[in-house]
Design a protein around this ligand. Structure first.
Ligand SMILES: [Zn+2]
Ligand SMILES: [Zn+2]
Length: 346
């Protein structure tokens, strides 16, 4: 079978691999779609001594069950399924407490990231993937191409939103920065599941037009005037919650400068922006602000995202690439030429 393989720094190629054998508790999934994420670009740019070199990429995976192991119950050939982002154990203290995105078995302290398809385990940018049955969720009649990005691009905003859901009351203002792969789904999840006023920001006028059509009450250019606009829109107090799906210096600065006292920020984008935090007065943060370095999501978050998609209340803007064009897809994403989510289709 074909497999998109990370061969050396900043380089992927399609290699020929055997179709994986399945263990008794595994399912062989025929991949229908595999989403391409900015973190794939980050992973392959981590140098020539990265332990992931030689692995098959792809952590957003959906497809059709081809074959089931002898011990698997509840799945049959032909069923549509999505693969969980985090291959959690299901039994540790964190898993049992519903924080399976922090599973202590697959995310030991100091690890780069929790174990995922394409991040420590063979990924889904291939014709087939072998997956333990308990890491699959049903997608019903959703197209696997449109479903695959739900595994991260919808899961991750779903999780970040769920961590601050109590703050997003009907009289709250929520700011969401960045309308790319994750951000365009965050906006739709906010519109579908909260009654708060939504202010969406991006630098791209086309993405702002998308935001206006998909539930933003106000769509603003993410520029030097954005902070003043947001403060004016909130009577000078600032936003209850700010989501930053970009994380570069200007967006981190914006998040910090518009969050209200006692508000919350969720940093999701990995753009390496920073702000000074000191245990004293030398920080621009207002008192009482709650910040989380959000990562991925739980199985419950995934089920919520899939349910919204199955109900037609959120949808991924898919840019399809044949699997054979994976190198071009990586190049397009790297150069900002993908509007929505690039999905490789075997
Ligand atoms: Zn990702
Ligand atoms: Zn666990």
């Amino acid at each position: 079978m074909r497999a998109v393989t990370y061969v050396r720094n900043n380089t992927v190629e399609i290699q020929d691999r055997p179709v994986p054998e399945i263990a008794p508790d595994q399912v062989l999934l025929r991949v229908g779609g595999a989403g391409l994420c900015h973190s794939d670009i980050a992973i392959i740019g981590m140098g020539d001594d990265n332990p992931l070199i030689g692995s098959t990429l792809g952590h957003e995976v959906a497809g059709t069950v081809e074959r089931v192991g002898d011990d698997v119950r509840g799945w049959s050939p032909g069923d549509g399924a999505i693969v969980a982002l985090i291959l959690a154990c299901g039994q540790c203290r964190e898993c049992l407490a519903g924080r399976d995105n922090q599973c202590e078995v697959v995310y030991p302290r100091g690890a780069l990231a929790p174990l995922s398809p394409g991040i420590g385990s063979p990924g889904g940018m291939a014709d087939y993937i072998a997956v333990r049955a308990h890491h699959l969720d049903p997608i019903g009649d959703l197209d696997p191409v449109a479903a695959a990005p739900l595994a991260d691009a919808a899961l991750t905003p779903m999780h970040a939103i769920n961590t601050v859901r109590d703050r997003m009351t009907g009289d709250a203002t929520v700011v969401t920065i960045g309308l790319g792969g994750l951000g365009h789904l965050a906006l739709q999840i906010l519109a579908a599941t909260t009654g708060s006023r939504i202010i969406a920001l991006d630098t791209d006028p086309e993405k702002l037009a998308f935001a206006r059509e998909h539930g933003a009450d106000l769509a603003l250019a993410s520029d030097g005037e954005a902070a003043d606009r947001i403060l004016a829109e909130t009577g000078g107090v600032g936003a209850d919650v700010v989501f930053d799906f970009v994380g570069v210096q200007p967006t981190v600065d914006l998040a910090v400068s518009v969050v209200r006292g006692g508000g919350a920020i969720r940093f999701v984008g990995l753009g390496n922006g920073s702000f000074p935090y000191t245990a004293g007065s030398g920080t621009p943060l207002p008192w009482g602000v709650n910040i989380e370095r959000a990562y991925g999501g739980t199985r419950s978050d995934l089920r919520q995202a899939v349910a919204l998609a199955r109900a037609g209340r959120i949808g991924v803007e898919v840019v399809r690439y044949p699997l054979d064009d994976a190198v071009r897809a990586f190049d397009d994403l790297h150069h900002g030429r993908v509007a929505g989510r690039a999905v490789l289709v075997p």
